[in-house]
Design a binder for this molecule. Structure first.
Ligand code: GUN
Ligand code: ZN
Length: 444
């Protein structure tokens, strides 16, 4: 758009033509009405937000003169993926051999997180991580940084430079970890408060109070985490719960008064809307009921849960208790930033539990469902008018095998299933942030 047109107050209209898929709700509840699909569709944006999405034949005639039309015929346009649990500081230890959670933390994770006292290193990793996230088609994530406030500053600055909608927070950790990674209950409170004031609501950024997990926080630190949430409505909470059996036993010993691991967080007022709990594997019915009634969300992290040998998430139980569920890659315990690789493993976890994750449900989970678990479904997650236009363009013929298998499908549902089982970063042809192309791969 020309500077002159901008100065005249004209709106910037863009349109993208291709197959279009997005969700209006959960396929489990709404069935066929949960999604909209247009074989020859048009996504129309005005000033970086969705203006309309529908059939190209219906929308093309109404485009204003001078609208930019980009032709992605033959490709699939979807909302950007939403990752509800990931650690940017663990990028350099993804795929570390041989351990389960507690030993993995000691042997690989804590040493690599120590390096984030260096703000220059933190920024370099944040830039790499965000570029790779976009290359994989993920446009929003809920992100752990490290205990160092400068690691959160580096991440937020890198995300702001790209105009991303991201949620992140400084880790709070005042016991049971190496001295060099330890804060105190009071410094964690003060540092988190300063970071909230600096970043929460700046551009598209949001803050999450981030006690690592119950074993590495004193009761006073958990209490102050609750105080931060009370003092700053709209701020998030992220932590881990009930991931690994030895971890669960450890928590029972550290908090002997608690009914369960989840009950520790409940006791300190941390079970609430905008609280996201990673893993949620070894829970009981009371825990799941509390999750459902409190409005907190579970982040299902299949690649991590398999890689660290943690266990099998029970999706059907979460659904029964009407718990908000999102999907998380949990890199570096998880083994891929790709949401397509993650859906593949989610399907296999369900299989091992005798459950089924349908392709419609899986793609809802990766987009609108995860946005809903983050209470962001009024801003991102689908193509309803007014939403922020973060979207991806998928190439369903990105590899020879994918192209060949797609040619042998009959209908959308089967194509989506093949996509989630065989797709990966190569399938993501382009990623757009607020209508601006941020990541693209050369045409094959
Ligand atoms: N529990 C506490 N810290 C971590 C972590 O960094 N990754 C995972 N997967 N679980 C945790
Ligand atoms: Zn994690």
């Amino acid at each position: 758009m020309s500077a002159l047109a901008q100065a005249r107050g004209e709106r910037h209209v863009q349109a993208f033509r291709g197959a279009l898929l997005h969700f209006l709700g959960d396929p489990d509840e709404l069935g066929e009405k949960a999604h909209e699909y247009f074989d020859d569709g048009l996504l129309v944006l005005r000033d970086g937000k969705v203006a309309a999405a529908g059939a190209a034949s219906a929308l093309l005639p109404g485009l204003p003169e001078g609208a930019e039309v980009t032709d992605y015929s033959g490709k699939l346009i979807m909302p950007g993926f939403v990752d509800t649990h990931v650690h940017y500081a663990q990028t350099d230890i993804i795929a570390a051999y041989g351990e389960q959670l507690l030993e993995w933390l000691e042997r690989y994770t804590f040493p690599v997180e120590r390096r984030f006292s260096d703000a220059v290193h933190a920024r370099e990793v944040a830039d790499f991580f965000l570029a790779d996230l976009l290359r994989n088609g993920t446009t929003t994530a809920l992100v752990f940084t490290t205990v160092h406030p400068q690691s959160a500053d580096a991440f937020f600055s890198a995300a702001a430079a790209r105009g991303l909608r991201m949620i992140a927070g400084k880790v709070m950790m005042d016991r049971n970890c190496p001295e060099s990674l330890r804060d105190t209950a009071d410094s964690a409170y003060t540092d988190s408060k300063a970071l909230i004031e600096k970043w929460h609501g700046k551009d598209r950024l949001l803050y999450a109070v981030t006690p690592r997990f119950a074993p590495t926080s004193t009761e006073r630190q958990l209490d102050l985490a609750g105080k931060l949430l009370d003092e700053h409505p709209g701020v998030y909470l992220q932590t881990h719960v009930a991931e690994n059996r030895s971890e669960v036993e450890w928590v029972a010993g550290l908090f002997p008064w608690s009914r369960s691991y989840l009950d520790v967080y409940d006791h300190f007022g941390l079970l609430r809307e905008r609280a996201v709990y990673a893993h949620c594997i070894h829970l009981d019915e009371t825990d799941r009921r509390r999750m459902g009634e409190s409005g907190a969300a579970m982040s299902f992290c299949p690649t991590s849960n398999l890689f660290l040998g943690s266990g099998l998430f029970d999706m059907d139980a979460a659904t029964r208790h009407r718990v908000r569920v999102g999907i998380g890659t949990d890199v570096g315990g998880g083994t891929s930033l790709s949401m397509l690789r993650t859906l593949d493993e989610a399907y296999k976890v369900a299989q091992l539990r005798g459950q089924r994750l349908s392709p419609m449900r899986a793609f809802h989970l990766a987009t609108l469902g995860s946005a809903r678990s983050l209470y962001l479904d009024d801003r991102i997650g689908n193509f309803v008018a007014g939403k922020e236009a973060d979207f991806i363009v998928l190439d369903l013929a990105a590899t020879p095998l994918l192209e060949r298998r797609m040619a042998n499908t009959t209908g959308l549902v089967e194509r989506l299933f093949v996509l989630m089982m065989l797709g990966d970063d190569r399938t993501v042809f382009a990623t757009y942030i607020m209508g601006r192309r941020e990541s693209a791969r050369p045409a094959r």
